[in-house]
Design a protein around this ligand. Structure first.
Ligand code: NDP
Length: 336
């Protein structure tokens, strides 16, 4: 059994040296357990937060020497659990390894999906994050302008398409001309602005001539700075993530931007609400799947995956995600 463990707490962007590949015999399932073979491993931004010594607060940090955690699509290859037969395909939390044991309590059968890996993306945690953040917190109305950061990523691509489906005008923000073209041509956004372009702020202002009513925040940093002056009175900001700062080591350089943020929120009566998606499964996941499956089936929402081959590529894939190298939901294909 190959597994990737945390070798060191990263300073800034994670490097190969922060991980160690270990090999151990494949374990056998005890009474009431199943043995899982990992087929797909989800790579998500929160993994970077779990590598810090202090952790993010909403989940325990990975200890040094601990296997990197992660959502997976796995096959049951041996079972001593009455609820799971050998051969079954399940969604699991096997982490960054070839094989894992489970007592079944965290397993969800995967059936009826064209691509099982979608249960890690648009039909799973990231898609659900977009749904709760945009619809429950953002509450876009027809004709309003919705701006989505990290627009072509796992969460952003779904958030933007949901906003369009609800009649809003959607402006994405993404890194590079290719991603922006993808947002408009494939995902159906009304416009998409490259946050790396030198005239980013002017172009964003031009694309949001009526101001911004909902800003789906995934990023922070310079993207948030450019959005703030464009917010309309009573704008809503679902605070989903702030990935521009996850690798930040120590306080930011430069002028203190807190007063500008607070003045904008106050004077424009903006509602900014953070959320952790784990809180919403019991009340909203069933509704999400009931709505999303037909939208995806009818092609009204397009789900794009970025598939990397081989467990040993997972560290580079996570570093790439933090630098914007992925297009769509990033997954590692571990086995056939
Ligand atoms: P993505 O697929 O969107 O990948 C991350 C993207 O972030 C990159 O592709 C890159 O896109 C963008 N990015 C990285 N660094 C920067 C930067 N400095 N400035 C601007 N953009 C940057 O990841 P996910 O869809 O999985 O996650 C999106 C966000 O949602 C993250 O912040 C994540 O932490 C958050 N999240 C929150 C959850 C919650 O419960 N609150 C649950 C799940 C996710 P580009 O090339 O376009 O810049």
């Amino acid at each position: 059994n190959r597994r990737l463990v945390l070798a060191a707490h990263p300073r800034g962007l994670p490097t190969e040296d922060d991980f160690r590949l270990e090999t151990a015999p494949v374990p056998g399932p005890g009474e009431g357990q199943v043995l899982l073979r990992t087929l797909f491993l989800s790579i998500d931004p929160y993994m970077r937060n779990l590598m810090d010594q202090a952790g993010p607060g909403y989940a325990p940090p990975v200890p040094l020497g601990g296997t990197m955690p992660g959502g997976t699509i796995s096959r049951v290859v041996a079972s001593r659990h009455p609820g799971f037969q050998s051969g079954a395909l399940v969604q699991a939390n096997a982490g960054w390894q070839d094989y894992a044991l489970s007592d079944g309590s965290d397993l969800v059968p995967v059936d009826g999906l064209a691509r099982p890996s979608l249960a890690l993306g648009g039909l799973g945690m990231p898609g659900f994050t977009a749904y709760v953040g945009l619809l429950d917190i953002g509450q876009p109305r027809a004709g309003e302008t919705v701006v989505v950061a990290a627009a072509t990523g796992a969460v952003g691509a779904v958030a933007g398409q949901l906003a369009r489906l609800h009649g809003a005008r959607v402006v994405g923000i993404a890194g590079g001309a290719d991603k922006c073209r993808h947002a408009v041509e494939v995902l159906g956004f009304d416009a998409c602005i490259d946050h790396r372009a030198p005239d980013f702020r002017t172009r964003l202002a031009a694309a949001c001539a009526d101001g911004i009513d909902v800003y789906f925040e995934n990023v922070g940093g310079a993207v948030l700075d450019a959005v703030l002056p464009l917010l309309n009175p009573h704008a809503r900001i679902p605070l989903c993530g702030f990935i521009a700062h996850y690798d930040q080591d120590g306080p930011a350089a430069g002028r203190d931007r807190r007063p500008a943020l607070l003045a904008t929120l106050l004077s424009k009566r903006v509602r900014m609400q953070g959320f952790i998606i784990l809180d919403h499964y019991a009340s909203r996941f069933a509704a999400f799947r009931r709505d999303m499956e037909p939208w995806v089936g009818e092609g009204r929402i397009v789900l794009v995956e970025d598939v990397v081959d081989g467990l040993e590529q997972a560290p580079a894939a996570l570093a790439g995600l933090l630098q914007g190298r992925n297009l769509g939901k990033l997954v590692v294909k571990v086995a056939e």
